[in-house]
Design a protein. Structure first.
Lengths: 373, 285
């Protein structure tokens, strides 16, 4: 054991900050661990120092290359070179480059000519229209969408979980409680108490793109969001184009017309350009408690990203890690011949659990399958 | 550790050392069959403590991991006490006392007397996420509250080793609580030492050929890549057959020792037919 000098503590803390900047999930406790780890190895041996820091600071094998590179540059010097090659599983490097590097190698559709070749609605190149009028809708359409939302809600609600609760009837006997009851009757098990699984509560977060390129589908989409919000209580709805707005409360209205009225007041950037990455990043940082393992996150967008795809990539990676399931519904996926080549879609694909079409009622019908955890 | 027959490298040794000195759980990840579980066993031998093992599986819950009341014993006790000399409350306190508690691995580790034990939580990725959250509670302060008995606190903190095959991604919260170690397939040289240490009677040439062959297999795209455990199984089998070196026929006869997938068997047989692997299995200088 050797004492750790104040200088070294300082240096270690700086090293941890640099790792954090590179995206490793480290807290103050980890810095402390790293310092303590250094206190219990031979400081003159560079390999010992490297292994000690790596054990304390790297929490998943994919982060090893980042750590090794930073260690080399940060603790560089004339000390002996490491003897063991860094331990990286064969696929780690691939994931690494997918996860972090800039995206020049990704195929992308950038010129407008290519866009027209794809024969799908292009992202809005015209001016944002400002407030839009969605009030044209047919009652029977709305009824069909509402029925669908109810079916989805039913699937989401009734699922037995892992924890137990006592009940008067059920298929499992709670011996613990029954024996306690039996004490009154001298050990005679006259009444049995049962237990059953507590219901597992799935939550739904919907993030819907309402930018110009989605206009074609906006009517269906809004009806769906409205119906879902009112059929199921544990759903949070957000819409975005260039900015993210939470519209859960606006959608909870007694009638569709009222909801639309609320929405058009709340949301200022209907049909504008799209900044998917920034909007999702705003969601991740603004509502961190909303997403856990029992949450299904649904992104409804065509993937026409005008912002930086790297931001989208990072936000989705985080969402994917936190959420029980990450679903991306793309209305364009329903059109024949469409391939998800846009920069946004390319950045998104590696992080998705489900990538499905959402251009009409039938495709939304399929959605129900993906939503229960 | 080497003394206990576990051939190690500095990364493993450092991780185990730090886990002991810092008192933090060690999360070990790696491909199947690289000796993750073995770390806990060796650690227990080194510390001269007991090894308590919790094997995780889907649907594992607190009654199997933590504790359960011994109902038949409780029932018997009530029957024997039937003379009515005791009030119901006293009886209740009696049968819900520690004597009637069945200690499952986690509680056993916490209440363990004597030298602190090693708690091995094996294949934690197989248990569901709710269990992981529950595990976090236990690992953070090593105390458990049983409604009828009260809070049980660990006298001496057990060393904890968690292993994962990455069947699913573990939560960041769990990772943050642990020190981390990734075990890769060993180098040729290290694996050779493992084979020699674990199978003392093995012919030197055979040991070299077996490890070289397995190493060349790992470069193929197989569904179930043979781990160190498979090398050892195979070497053991060959020793039992009194083999001193590998030849093509022997390899064919014993393929089942290290290939556990039908598709893989076909792939490797095809390679053997083409005479490709025979060259690879020739002894390394």
């Amino acid at each position: 054991m050797s004492a750790v000098s104040a200088d070294l503590v300082e240096h270690t803390a700086r090293f941890c900050r640099r790792l954090r900047a590179e995206g490793l999930p480290l807290g103050p406790g980890d810095t402390l661990d790293a310092t303590r780890a250094l206190g219990s190895v031979e400081l003159l041996d560079r390999e010992d120092v490297r292994l000690a820091l790596r054990t304390a600071l790297v929490k998943r094998v994919e982060d090893t290359p980042v750590f090794d590179a930073l260690f080399e540059s940060f603790w560089g010097g004339s000390a002996p070179v490491s003897r063991n090659p860094p331990v990286v599983p064969p696929d780690a490097e691939e994931k690494e480059s997918e996860g972090r590097s800039a995206p020049p190698r990704r195929r992308s559709v950038q010129t407008w000519q290519e866009v027209e070749d794809l024969a799908v609605p292009a992202p809005s190149s015209r001016e944002a229209l400002g407030r839009q009028d969605f009030s044209t809708f047919r009652d029977d359409e709305l009824r069909a969408v509402t029925a669908l939302a109810r079916r989805i809600a039913r699937r989401l609600s009734a699922r037995p979980g892992r924890r137990w609760k006592l009940s008067r009837r059920g298929d499992h006997i709670s011996l613990r409680r029954s024996l306690r009851e039996a004490l009154k009757t001298g050990g005679e098990l006259s009444t049995l108490t049962y237990r059953r699984r507590k219901l597992r509560r799935t939550r739904l977060v919907v993030l819907a793109d309402v930018s110009g390129s989605m206009d074609l589908y906006a009517r269906l989409l809004l009806q769906f969001l409205y119906a879902l919000q009112n059929a199921f209580s544990r759903v949070e709805t957000f819409v975005f184009a260039t900015r993210l707005s939470r519209v859960t409360d606006e959608l909870r209205a007694p009638g569709y017309r009222d909801a639309l009225g609320n929405l058009s007041q709340r949301v200022q950037d209907w049909s504008g350009g799209t900044r998917i990455g920034e909007s999702l990043a705003a969601f991740v940082s603004g509502w961190p408690r909303l997403v856990d393992r029992r949450t299904v996150v649904v992104v409804l967008s065509d993937g026409w990203e005008t912002g930086d795809p790297a931001v989208l990539d990072a936000a989705l990676a985080l969402l994917h890690r936190r959420a029980g399931r990450l679903v991306w519904l793309n209305p364009l996926l329903g059109s024949p011949g469409y391939e998800p080549l846009t920069r946004g879609m390319q950045a998104a694909l590696p992080h998705l659990d489900v990538f499905a079409p959402a251009n009409d009622l039938q495709s939304l019908e399929q959605l129900a399958r993906h939503l229960s955890l | 550790m080497e003394r206990e027959g576990y051939v190690t490298d500095r990364a493993v040794a450092t991780a185990v050392h730090l886990s002991m000195t810092l008192g933090k759980p060690l999360l070990v990840e790696g491909h199947p069959g690289v000796g993750k579980t073995e770390i806990a066993k060796v650690l227990a031998t080194v510390q001269q403590g007991d090894l308590i093992r919790l094997q995780c599986y889907e649907g594992l819950d607190a009654t199997t991991a933590l504790y359960e009341w011994n109902y038949p014993k409780q029932l018997l006790h009530i029957r024997l006490q039937q003379d009515g000399s005791q009030s119901v409350a006293a009886q209740e306190a009696d049968i819900f006392s520690e004597r009637f508690l069945l200690k499952r691995p986690l509680l056993a580790a916490i209440t363990h007397q004597g030298r602190p034990p090693v708690l091995l939580i094996d294949e934690v990725d197989r248990a569901d996420e709710e269990f992981e959250a529950f595990l976090l509670e236990v690992l953070s302060d090593f105390q458990v509250t049983i409604p009828e008995v009260g809070t049980v606190r660990a006298a001496a903190r057990p060393s904890v080793v968690l292993t994962s095959n990455r069947a699913r991604d573990l939560s960041d919260a769990l990772r943050r609580r642990c020190l981390y170690l990734w075990i890769d397939y060993p180098s040729l040289e290290k694996e050779l030492r493992i084979v020699r240490t674990r199978i003392p009677g093995i012919d030197e040439r055979l040991a070299r050929e077996v490890t070289a062959f397995i190493h060349s297999l790992r470069r193929l795209k197989l569904a179930k890549v043979p781990g160190v455990a498979e090398s050892l199984d195979w070497a053991q089998a060959l020793v039992a057959l009194h083999a001193t070196h590998l030849d093509e026929e022997l390899v064919r006869e014993t393929l089942g020792c290290f290939l556990k997938d039908e598709e893989d068997l076909r792939t490797v047989s095809a390679r053997l037919d083409a005479g490709e692997l025979a060259a690879l299995s020739s002894p390394v200088a």
